[in-house]
Design a protein. Structure first.
Length: 422
């Protein structure tokens, strides 16, 4: 077996990766709703809150493609352990900041930024997990496999904010420490239980860091366009992610407390769990990836529009319905879009492609919050309106690409197609 080939799918691998990702994303789900509010406690402006999300993503952008290539050569398991260790350290530092009393708020805010830098530089969790799933699934079952990761995200997104809501009422430091414990549990489970999915051997550093490694990706127009659609869709989602807590807690909209913000995120997370955990496999089998990627984008655009309208008419029903439509749309679009990216990639370069995809997602998470924070200062509903327009463009782009795909079928190189059949 050569270094480019995948080993036979380990028994129960998807179940194990689900629980690992769920534990990892529980930590993520605990922190994300509260992070803007923590920063606001130390007098951060909306722009500084946006930068808090952007700096994490900037560090992740630098690290993720490299970590993806390392995982192609040395295996998924050690990269996952390293990235999870970074999350443990970052979350623990955040908990420490919130535990201590600070006479100088600027120092506390600076350390919150440092905690996100640490997590970002080691943040190859998702791209490596995506590559792992690509290793242990076939082209036909890949959307369902990506849905497993999406369901783990949904569970983390549902239970994490609920846990955060309970803990923050006791002490604001507890969410950070709890997130660190969950990430440490994921790291331990990865080390002890997760079988390696790659046949690998040592690589020459100069070879896999060379820019020519990316050349095969850019030679495939459809793959480049799919990565671009994923990029702008992620930018739109990150605009919501960065500003939602501030939007919900604003006195001109809903004046939600930290606890209520957490429960709203829990509500969205449960919808994601239902769609990605229970429905995406059946829907993909019945409808195919392309229709779901298109309809998902349209749902997201409609949901964003409803959230923007809640800034004008702050009705709870509009808020709940808009959030639900958005969550359903993202649950349809994301796993099917990633499945299409995988299907249009050389199976020997899954780690590289998903590392690049995660790197592009990190750029989107830099650009999205930065734009959202500026627009938010002009109108609090602006980030959702702009995000809705962006995803609508992504939907029409996907329609155009699908139409072209019907007459221009993607073909893997013969040796790559052989590797896919192993």
């Amino acid at each position: 077996m050569t270094e480019s080939e995948t080993v036979s799918p380990p028994k129960g691998a998807l179940t194990i990766i689900f629980f690992i990702a769920m534990m990892d994303l529980l930590g993520f789900g605990i922190i994300i709703p509260l992070l803007p509010l923590f920063a606001k406690d130390y007098h951060a402006s909306p722009v500084e809150v946006g930068l808090l999300f952007s700096i994490y993503s900037a560090c992740q952008f630098l690290a993720s493609p490299i970590l993806g290539m390392i995982s192609d050569r040395y295996g998924r398991r050690p990269v996952l352990v390293f990235s999870q260790l970074g999350s443990v350290l970052g979350y623990a530092l955040l908990g420490l900041v919130m535990m201590l009393h600070w006479n100088n708020a600027a120092w506390a805010l600076l350390l919150i930024y440092v905690s996100r830098i640490i997590d970002g530089l080691s943040g190859g969790n998702i791209s490596t997990a995506q590559a792992y799933i690509s290793d242990v699934t076939t082209a036909e079952t890949r959307a369902k496999g990506m849905g497993v990761l999406g369901a783990a995200f949904g569970v983390g997104f549902a239970l994490g904010p609920a846990v955060a809501s309970l803990l923050v009422g006791i002490h604001p430091a507890l969410p950070g420490f709890a997130a660190a414990i969950f990430s440490f549990s994921a790291m331990t489970m990865t080390w002890l239980r997760l079988p390696e999915s790659r046949a690998h051997k040592p690589a020459v550093v100069a070879d896999w860091l060379h820019p020519r490694r990316f050349a095969p990706v850019f030679r495939h127009s459809r793959l480049v366009q799919l990565l671009s659609i994923a990029f702008i869709s992620m930018a739109a989602f990150s605009m919501l992610e960065a500003m939602m807590a501030l939007f919900l807690s604003d006195k001109h909209t809903f004046s939600f407390s930290d606890v209520k913000v957490g429960f709203y995120y829990t509500y969205l997370g449960f919808i994601i769990v239902v769609v990605q955990g229970g429905l995406i496999g059946r829907l993909t089998k019945k409808c195919g990836e392309w229709p779901l990627a298109i309809s998902g984008a349209i749902f997201v655009a409609v949901g964003m529009g409803m959230l923007a309208s809640a800034a004008i008419w702050p009705g709870l029903l509009i808020l709940l319905l808009g959030g639900a439509v958005n969550a359903v749309g993202r649950s349809l679009q994301t796993p099917t879009l990633y499945a299409l990216i995988s299907q249009n990639s050389d199976p020997r370069e899954q780690g590289l492609v998903f590392g690049l995809n995660q790197g592009l997602a990190s750029v989107a998470r830099i650009v999205g919050p930065a734009i959202a924070s500026i627009v938010y200062t002009l109108w609090i509903g602006g980030p959702f309106a702009v995000a809705g327009l962006i995803v609508l463009i992504a939907g029409f782009w996907t329609i155009a690409l699908r139409t072209k795909s019907d007459t221009d079928e993607f073909q893997l190189p013969p040796d790559a197609a052989a590797a896919e059949s192993v």
